[in-house]
Design a protein around this ligand. Structure first.
Ligand code: 26V
Length: 791
């Protein structure tokens, strides 16, 4: 049977026997589910084979603990990795169904906020592509990241209901359940210490297979869902208390109800800490059960188990592992601590002080009374072994999770070269002094299967036609494109791919949002979470200044530009929400201006998510990576843009530095202060005001905003923003404005030379191969985990 015939048969089988439909009566969702099941069957074969191979080999396993996995849609990923794109298209077409429409019917699994969660998803895919035996452990949130819409330009949040539609990918594991305790008291009898929790919920496993390139390997993403031990109180029911009877279940379920939509401020503290312990304790039980079944001797744990902590969110793994080994299995405290450290490593994803986790000791002690004792013991043991002035993980009645993670990890890594160096000189300076070999760098990467082959089939096709298909899992082969770039006919084809992608995005924007734009414009894109350090307000200020300048001189030879934005603000981050509103307000005024219409348009697309990124990135001409130097740990969007042929306008921050080194300084629009200059500049009193006085364009843009040009009838709407920028301006928007303006005008000039621009774009593609997450994962395997590929 041909692959197409076999796929057709399996789709029809599922339509009939899994969903009880014939093709005549199947609705779109039935087709999507039947296709997903057909693909899932094939993935499952690879998955079961890989699991068997791992077991038989007795190899070391990697466990990636993360509060977030921003996996997005999985159907296309599966189809692409199994190389079934043409077959799936053909079968659907036979039945009059459009491939893209069927794929788009799948809800995005948005179990993450941004970069940290998306990185975890890329890592899972790369682990499978490489054939490294691994599990991802996370929480099966009922509501992922909120759905964003705009009402009068303002962000409105609605709950995300990804599980409301049928979801094809998970296998419920009712046999894998663990009891997780909270609160209660600690009992000490001589040497024996026991924790008796006051409240217990059950964690139930749901497994999703993650398949790698060509289906050679598949690993497991295991997500935990909260449930009550006794879901229903019959006694209460029989006494007429119908609502009360279901209460235990409702309470237990809240633990996995929502993803915290905040990556800066701390809130909902107690539930958040409960979620972190819930994930970590369930994962460790599962890891130890698996280890016990196969190996037994706990002293061998570090040679068989590598546990990666994705930021400090699962940092309780240190004390929890010690608790199990010491309190429950009777090993000495010191040995338990050594074994735990032998297994654990920690990735830091931000140096922003407000995002470094600390817990109030009273809350912590109430919820985890044994763990806080163990943390104190870890702290004093560490202090004894490494005499130093500071008792670093327990100060000001707080528990500092960053310090705890550092001490309990055999390796600590940053996510870009610059970020790693800054870790050594800022937050972890003292600990780095004590343990100079512990901090290592693993620059982030992105999976080329999703972020090129899947999302940009036109470009992928041109690449494969030119250099063969080996680049898909050996991305540095893209350098083989360089000789082609010298050939103008080839370069014209490369440019045509970008034009086609832009037309496709334009059509989609018209149809989905009623936005009509000219695909000939320069598509200038900034998509990422809203944050002051990411400086979307620098972008809109420059746009406003540009608008004013075009109006001064409408007959000049302006380069037509479309400013595209996308991103969500944390619901409680009011400043960020004001920036969104300002961009939308400015868009309303500027887009309606007939004088500037041919040259400047602004669009803020609502509900930015993984799927929208997959639409926008292939169509981008220019990538905005304009954070205040020293603040963006790495960035991964920056890599996706470069790979898809959008040169960067950016600062020397995070992985931008390395991107520029790889693609070449002449193919990158650099501006702004360095991280060192930023620190110096902040010391200058009135730095913002000085910058405003020195640049009339900046002054005019601020005046327009302050005078209510974009908020008619309410001139003070943006006084919070203008006041901040002219005052403290912590993120140095004003101080970097003039250089940003210069860089943008260089972009204007460069874009006019179509061929030279295409060459620059193509060189970005050809030289971005190093930013594959396959390279990153190999780095972790070699430098941190001591794990090997079983392929
Ligand atoms: C903190 C919190 C605090 C409590 C509520 C929920 C929550 C969620 C996330 C965070 C920390 C977020 C840190 C983060 O996302 N960092 C990003 O990590 C990317 C992957 O390494 C990196 O590319 C980005 O530059 C970095 O900002």
């Amino acid at each position: 049977m041909t692959p197409t015939a076999s796929l057709r048969e399996s789709i029809l089988q599922h339509l009939r026997y899994s969903f009880g439909k014939d093709p005549e009566h199947a609705i779109l969702e039935d087709w999507r589910m039947a296709l997903s099941y057909a693909v899932r069957d094939r993935i499952t074969d690879a998955w079961i084979a890989a699991t068997g191979k791992t077991y038989d080999s007795g190899a070391k396993r990697v466990y990636y603990l993360s509060m977030e996995f921003l996996i997005g849609r999985l159907l296309e990923d599966g189809i692409v990795n199994l190389e079934l794109v043409e077959e799936a298209k053909a079968v659907l077409e036979e039945f009059g169904k459009d491939y893209g429409t069927v794929l788009s019917d799948e809800p995005d699994a948005a179990l993450g906020n941004g970069g940290l969660g998306r990185l975890a998803a890329c890592f899972l895919e790369s682990l499978s592509t490489i054939g490294c035996p691994a599990h991802g452990y996370g929480i099966r949130y009922e509501h992922g990241l909120f759905r964003q819409s705009f009402v009068d330009g303002r962000q409105v949040e609605q709950p995300e209901l990804w599980l409301e539609q049928r979801h094809a990918w998970e296998f419920e594991r009712p046999e894998v359940r663990y009891r997780i305790g909270f609160g209660g008291h600690v009992d000490k009898r001589g040497e024996t210490v026991r924790w008796y929790p006051g409240e217990v919920v059950e964690a139930e496993a749901f497994d999703t297979p993650v398949v790698g390139w060509k289906g050679r390997w598949a690993n497991t993403l295991r997500l935990w869902s909260g449930r009550a031990i006794h879901p229903f109180d019959l006694d209460r029911f029989n006494h007429g208390d119908f609502a009360g009877a279901a209460q235990p279940e409702a309470l237990a379920r809240t633990i996995s109800r929502v993803l915290y939509p905040d990556d800066t401020t701390e809130q909902g503290k107690e539930l958040r800490l409960k979620q972190e312990y819930f994930l970590t304790a369930a994962a460790l039980r599962d890891i130890l059960r698996r280890f016990n079944n196969q190996f037994g001797d706990l002293r061998k744990l570090p040679s068989k188990v590598a546990i990666q902590l994705n930021d400090t969110h699962p940092a309780i793994a240190g004390p929890e592992l010690i608790r199990v080994l010491h309190d429950e299995r009777g090993l000495s405290f010191e040995e338990s601590m050594e074994i735990a450290r032998g297994c654990l490593s920690y990735t830091n994803h931000t140096l922003l002080p407000e995002a470094l986790e600390t817990w109030d000791e009273a809350l912590f002690g109430r919820l985890l009374p044994r763990h806080i004792e163990l943390i104190d013991q870890i702290d004093s043991t560490h202090a004894k072994q490494n005499p130093s002035r500071l008792n670093s993980m327990r100060a000001d009645h707080q528990v500092k999770m960053g310090q705890l993670s550092f001490v309990m990890a055999h390796h600590v890594n940053g996510v870009s070269a610059l970020h790693t160096e800054l870790m050594k000189t800022t937050v972890f300076e003292e600990l780095h002094g004590l343990h100079p070999d512990r901090i290592v760098n693993e620059t982030n990467g992105v999976t080329p299967r999703r972020w090129l082959l899947g999302c940009n089939p036109r470009l992928a096709g041109l690449i494969t036609e030119s250099i063969g298909e080996d680049w898909v899992d050996d991305l540095e082969q893209l350098t083989k494109l360089e000789p082609f770039i010298e050939d103008t006919a080839w370069l014209d084809r490369y440019a045509q791919v970008k034009r086609d992608n832009k037309s496709e995005l334009s059509n989609w924007m018209a149809q989905a949002h009623g936005l009509h734009v000219d695909p000939e414009m320069l598509f200038d894109v900034q998509i990422k979470r809203l944050h002051e350090y990411k400086r979307q307000h620098l972008n809109i200020l420059e746009t406003i200044a540009h608008w004013a300048e075009i109006r001064d001189n409408p007959n000049a030879d302006w380069t037509p530009r479309l400013k595209l934005f996308g991103g969500k603000a944390a619901p409680g981050y009011f400043f960020a929400k004001d920036i969104i509103r300002l961009i939308n307000d400015a868009a309303a005024v500027i887009n309606a201006d007939p004088v500037t219409a041919p040259y400047l348009k602004i669009a803020f697309l609502p509900n930015y998510n993984v799927s929208l990124a997959e639409r926008m990135i292939p169509a981008a001409d220019l990538s905005e990576q304009i954070s205040t130097a020293g603040k963006e740990a790495s960035g991964t969007g920056n890599m996706k843009f470069a790979l898809n042929g959008a040169p960067t306008v950016g600062t020397l921050d995070g992985a931008n530095v390395e991107i520029r080194e790889h693609v070449g300084a002449e193919n990158f629009f650099l501006f702004g202060m360095t991280a060192e200059e930023v620190m110096e500049r902040r010391k200058i009193e009135g730095h913002a005001w000085k910058a405003v006085q020195a640049d009339p364009r900046l002054k005019r843009a601020l005046d327009l905003i302050r005078d209510g040009r974009f908020s008619p009838g309410e001139p003070d709407r943006y006084h919070g923003i203008t006041g901040n920028l002219e005052g403290a301006d912590y993120f140095l928007v004003c101080s970097d404005f003039t250089d940003y303006w210069r860089a943008q005008r260089e972009v204007d000039t460069a874009f006019k030379d179509t061929r030279a621009w295409a060459k620059m774009a193509a060189l970005n593609t050809a030289r971005s191969g190093w930013f594959s997450s396959d390279r990153t994962i190999r780095g972790y395997m070699h430098d941190i985990w001591g794990a090997e590929s079983l392929l």
